[in-house]
Ligand binder design. Structure first.
Ligand code: URA
Length: 202
């Protein structure tokens, strides 16, 4: 059942409070020491399209918002290329706190934050889930028990896959992480091309 916007906003606020107080997280002490914020998500609670990245970087942890650093600027450009703005979509990450020195999140960290992302999906109920990078892709392929589980991002990027979420059918679009655009020019073009698959949902 799709919930009213105000109920969704309240539930997301509650979820944010829980993550804020998540002392059980191995990243909690690092967050507090550096006066960082947990990064819950940004955008429209009724968005049709939800983007999932890996984990916040330094800029994100300083501002408490996802994708506001260099890769976020590229994501904004990609959104603009199909006439979308951040306010039209919802953006979040698998892990809600910054791992030290931007290292990869550990399996234990991913597991700890999993229930929060599952709840965000259940609250927002997007029609399309766009995964940014391999961590988010693996997470979603596993969560929706998709046949493509175990395949590499180099094989699946740009393909609109069909899945069944607990709340109904959903399309999943695996994309390379926007950070690749910062160091690999050919991947940047691939990302621009792959992004066009979202045009039909705009
Ligand atoms: N990279 C991510 O995966 N997420 C962010 O929010 C920022 C950079």
């Amino acid at each position: 059942m799709n919930l009213p916007e105000s109920t969704k906003a309240t539930q997301l606020q509650q979820l944010g409070d829980e993550v804020h107080n998540l002392e059980a997280s191995p990243l909690f002490a690092y967050r507090t020491e550096h006066h960082y914020a947990a990064v819950i998500g940004d955008g429209h609670v009724d968005a049709q399209i939800m983007f999932i990245g890996e984990a916040p970087g330094e800029q994100e942890a300083k501002r408490g918002l996802p994708f506001v650093g260099a890769s976020g600027r590229f994501l904004d450009e990609l959104l603009k290329s199909i006439n979308l703005q951040r306010a039209d979509v919802y953006i979040t990450n698998v892990v809600k706190d910054r791992p030290p020195e931007n290292r990869d999140p550990t399996p234990a960290e991913i597991q700890l934050y999993t229930p929060f992302l599952v709840r965000q999906l259940t609250i927002i109920q997007p029609k399309v889930v766009v995964t940014l990078g391999r961590f988010a892709m693996d997470f979603v392929l596993d969560l929706f028990q998709m046949a493509e589980r175990g395949q590499k991002i180099s094989a699946l990027h740009g393909q609109l896959l069909q899945a069944n979420a607990p709340y109904g059918p959903v399309a999943v679009l695996p994309l390379f992480h926007p950070a690749v655009a910062l160091y690999a020019n050919e991947r940047k073009q691939t990302l621009i091309d792959d992004f066009q698959a979202l045009k039909q949902f705009v």
